[in-house]
Write a protein that binds this ligand. Structure first.
Ligand SMILES: NC(=O)c1ccc[n+]([C@@H]2O[C@H](COP(=O)([O-])OP(=O)(O)OC[C@H]3O[C@@H](n4cnc5c(N)ncnc54)[C@H](OP(=O)(O)O)[C@@H]3O)[C@@H](O)[C@H]2O)c1
Length: 286
């Protein structure tokens, strides 16, 4: 028998987590009901951490194909592990499917859902046309959160609109409902872009350190700069282009560096990466 795989899991730190005042009130509203998460992996960990911040943990059930893994993930966040997926489905009103895309449909086909249940799939690239028949008579909804759900700051995509799903994920950040599935798929690419920003942040921190900037300055400096870009652009009425033009003045350092990026097709490479991920999401999950 193979030894269990070693994986890096989100490190539970309940003591450090801020308590987030849930708009639905402590413990969420009755519309959310009991929530079951199938798949005790990375994403489940982020969701549990964020839900623990708003006192919803007692309503959460977790299952995994390895029951010990579900128990290890659920316990620090005060959620309850159950031994198999069917028990979880039987005891949940809203089921979050958090297995890898290639496992999603097979996992659902083995389960019996009941009318009135909702399955929220976070599986990237698995379309409603496959989810709906696999979970009938439950309703299927696609959801795309990011790891910052752990700190209740995840912009989360939802399609189609569904009140309980929207209410649950609104506890973990800002919910964006997409009116059609093509738009949902394109917007989902931004969850990969989110990851690339970490790569860009690391590049700038490492560069600063090589130039002699102390690491304890470089790290917050770069990250605060990224955050302030977003905060400024969200706060101001101007478009992103207008804000950039205000910075990239003739003869200035911002314009100088942008010119070098353009000369080396640095920004074009990001468009190619966005296109590449969208194309990959159009293919069947591997
Ligand atoms: N990670 C993120 O930041 C993120 C963000 C947005 C969306 N997502 C989506 O979330 C899903 C999960 O991603 P992840 O990163 O959390 O993956 P992960 O860490 O690999 O976790 C998936 C878990 O599901 C288990 N599993 C597989 N088949 C199962 C089944 N039939 N019943 C119960 N458990 C089963 C896996 O066990 P084995 O390893 O033993 O197979 C594993 O423990 C993916 O579809 C991904 O597209 C992830």
């Amino acid at each position: 028998m193979n030894p269990p795989k070693q994986r890096i899991r989100p490190v539970p730190s309940p003591a450090k987590s801020p308590r987030v005042p849930a708009s639905a009130g402590p413990g969420g509203s009755d519309r959310i009901g009991r929530v079951g998460i199938i798949g005790a992996g990375h994403l489940a960990g982020y969701l549990l951490e964020g839900l623990n911040n708003c006192n919803l943990e007692r309503r959460i059930l977790v299952s995994d194909c390895e029951p010990g893994r579900a128990a290890a993930l659920a316990q620090p966040w005060g959620a309850q592990a159950v031994e198999d997926n069917q028990i979880l489905v039987d005891q949940s009103d809203l089921v979050v499917l958090a297995v890898r895309p290639a496992d999603a449909i097979a996992a659902c086909r083995r389960l019996r859902f009941r009318p009135g249940q909702v399955l929220a799939s976070v599986a990237a690239g698995v379309p409603l046309a496959q989810l709906e028949p696999a979970v009938a008579p439950a309703r299927a909804v696609r959801v795309m959160p990011i790891s910052s759900a752990a700190i209740n700051r995840s912009p989360t995509l939802v399609h189609p609109a569904q009140a309980a799903v929207q209410e649950l994920f609104a506890l973990l950040g800002h919910v964006h409902v997409l009116p059609d599935e093509d738009g949902f798929r394109a917007a989902s690419v931004i969850s990969a872009y989110y990851g690339w920003i970490y790569a860009l942040a690391e590049l700038a921190v490492d560069w600063c350190v090589r130039q002699g900037v102390p690491g304890e300055v470089a790290h917050p400096l770069v990250l605060e700069t990224i955050r302030s870009t977003a905060d400024m652009a969200l706060a101001k009425p101007q478009s992103i282009r207008e804000l950039l033009d205000l910075l990239a003045t003739p003869g200035g350092i911002t314009r100088h560096g942008l010119g070098i990026l353009q000369q080396h097709k640095g920004l074009e490479a990001w468009t190619l990466a966005l296109d590449g991920v969208l194309e990959r999401m159009r293919q069947p999950p591997a």
